[in-house]
Design a protein around this ligand. Sequence first.
Ligand code: ATP
Ligand code: MG
Length: 552
Amino acid sequence: MAETENRPTNFVRQIIDKDLQDGTHDHVQTRFPPEPNGYLHIGHAKSICLNFGLAEDYQGACNLRFDDTNPEKEDIDYVNSIKEDVNWLGFTWHEDVRYSSNYFPKLYEFAHELITKGLAYVDFSSQEEMREMRGTLTQPGKNSPYRDTTPEENTTLFEKMKAGEFKEGECCLRAKIDMSSSFMCMRDPVIYRIKFAHHHQTGDEWCIYPMYDFTHCISDAIEGITHSLCTLEFQDNRRLYDWVIENISAPAVPRQYEFSRLNLAYTVLSKRKLIQLVEENYVAGWDDPRMPTVAGLRRRGYTPASIREFCQRIGVTKMDNVIEVSNLEGCIRDDLNVNANRAMAVLNPIKVIIENYPEGQVEQLSAANHPNDESKGTRNIPFSREVYIEKEDFRVEANKKFKRLVLGKEVRLRNAYVIKAERVDTDEQGEVTTIYCTYDSETLGCDPADGRKVKGVIHWVSAAEGIEAEVRLYDRLFKVENPNGVELSEAINPDSLEVVNAIVEPNLANAEVGVAVQFERTGYFCKDPDSEGDNLVFNRTVGLRDTWANAN
Ligand code: ATP
Ligand code: MG
């Protein structure tokens, strides 16, 4: 990938450089550890680009590991979507996909090791009691009455837990660390709980499931992860991570490093909220083009390269901040400006009748697919006596600043002739319904010869040959800059989707789903998978210019 070549340094790379220099490691092994309880979002893309990008740059490897210790919330559909999205972003994981659940037998043995060492115990306190004994940030916790059960007894009890002899919630396994630690996570954290749940990988084999903090560090050790990168909210948990690794016969000593998560303005990135958007039908699904999911961005017309570029531009730091959506939009605009083919589409049509053009005649005019890239070739666009132009491109009267069609004046139809507006039809309200024009047959591909200046160029589509399309115009999904603490119903922008019936050039019937095209003068659009046969649907990926900056 070309864009990885000049990747700027960051604190993680500095750590890796040092580790390689002083011999702490002789290779780099990272992992991306999603929980399969939702679709990946742009925040995950940051973590993916970081983990897979480092592996690529240092000729190391990156594992894809499903962190699947919460069977009730997880689903095989999520597993599949995550694999698809990682590949689509342009990354390949090392060897086979892994699951934390692959390690359930080993994790169980390590739990026994802690019990044997007197470092874990089965606690029968109720959740309420445990909460009370936990203390607060300012007050130390209290030891559980079960804390001093002997290792022998705990071994038997833990075996019984596994055998299904206790009810859900009746007891759990806790690490015996320090009830007065200033880190709450060190106050005898729960490391196993009972759940009689069916698991998408292990079926009904287990009724006890390990907690994240116990599972993650051990999975990292088993896989020989050298640099375990996670987001800042796990900073405190690093103590627990290190404690587990120190107190079991770990096959390796991985280290955790934290970076700041991606926050985007006007966007929620918490899976809980994203699930709510889907389940309460605020959007049409996980891949709704308004969603900040990788699947939504793909359907919207984003390219993998634009998302990777975005992740590179925002960088990796330990500073929490909120990124403007315009940064993300800038990346796709820069990409499509160079790479997208051009086409013509009229979103809000008004009819133009060119009275001196022969009735029934259709000319195939040649148009460049890209103004600055001849290698993209040309296409034919049909021209005929009746064409559509945008309503907003015509005025009965206007000053000189209006470089479009004005009654009595000339304008160039892009890729075609110069026309002159002669007269109009209006309806009862005085609204113009039809514009009658004449055209100059000498002006195809060249300026008018007799010294007339025609500055304006507008786009158009042949009325007879053009085809109808539903065009979906998207606005931000939320009307408040930080929707995270706000009820969805309050924060949601009721006008985030506007549907218009457009007329588009016939070539667009063959557009590829998801591949954005520039509708000249209008924006970048891509065909939506909802398109069927003659029923064309296009999504607006992004406008031609940044309208967000001024909109607030
Ligand atoms: P969420 O908060 O959206 O529910 P999560 O952290 O629970 O996300 P995981 O599936 O556990 O989701 O995340 C997998 C990896 O992606 C983790 O290493 C996590 O730190 C990282 N990640 C999740 N959200 C972001 C984000 N907004 N920015 C950067 N990395 C993220
Ligand atoms: Mg998580």
